[in-house]
Design a binder for this molecule. Sequence first.
Ligand SMILES: Cc1cc2nc3c(=O)[nH]c(=O)nc-3n(C[C@H](O)[C@H](O)[C@H](O)COP(=O)(O)O)c2cc1C
Length: 285
Amino acid sequence: MKQYFTIPITDIIRNRHSVRTYASEVLDKELIIKLKEYANKIKGPFASELRLELVDSLDFSEKTGNKIGTYGVIKGAKTYIAGVTDKKEYNMEQLGYCLEKLILYAASLGLGTCWMAGTFKRSQFAELVGLREDEFIPAVTPIGYHADKRAFVDSMMRRMAGSDNRKPWSELFFHDSFDTSLNSEAAGNYKVVLEMLRLAPSASNKQPWRVLKQGSEYHFYLKQAKGYGSALGFNIQKIDMGIAMCHFEMTAFEAELKGNWMVKTQSPLLGQEQNLEYIVSWIMK
Ligand SMILES: Cc1cc2nc3c(=O)[nH]c(=O)nc-3n(C[C@H](O)[C@H](O)[C@H](O)COP(=O)(O)O)c2cc1C
């Protein structure tokens, strides 16, 4: 089987950060081929179908007659990847998982990206990807070489979201019930897996994932920020969940820890979730 990643996933995750300021070079053709090839191989854990479409500046000028609209947030990018989903259950988690895989692969090739679910013109991308009635574009990312210096708006977005910080383990990971935090020793060989989840990007860096360990299972719950993203008309934080699943699974597989995803018919902690929504479980093998 072809090996796509030549750098440990833990290094890629530790070094990735959102890039909003790009150098002027267009993306190397070889890299585009590699990205497209890998994108075609990505399969998510859910049934929902999606396509990851690469669009470049040529498409912008031919089809939209001007530059792609990001409300000034992205500077200099000439290529984007649009995440196009169906409207089925778990489509947001599936998109989060699949596009993050491509984003981590791009990072391993030395390319910058930035998840965007808010600051882009959906109608332009709809035109560019030939969006069908039964499809939707929850998020896109620019992709390219980062500039030497961050533009002002880039630094400002980072400061506003507190992008350099992550919540401590005690707020994110739990043991048997949500009353007891999971410490890294109790996580055993899943310590690095959970740590890589903790470093995942999330919308406005809200880190809505909560993970509960029960025996040989890890249950993933969503702590929805009240009213957050309601103007978007879809649950942006479910994309964050898919991204977290991607980091968790890729790190587990690299550490040769076997397991699979399962959606239980009801929350393992039914009635005691304290405003948490059960999403999915990882079952160790
Ligand atoms: C689902 C999702 C949506 C996002 N939407 C935007 C966006 O619309 N505009 C933007 O500038 N950044 C957006 N971000 C980037 C986050 O602000 C960023 O990932 C977070 O602050 C953590 O910073 P880092 O990616 O550098 O680790 C989004 C991130 C995610 C995961």
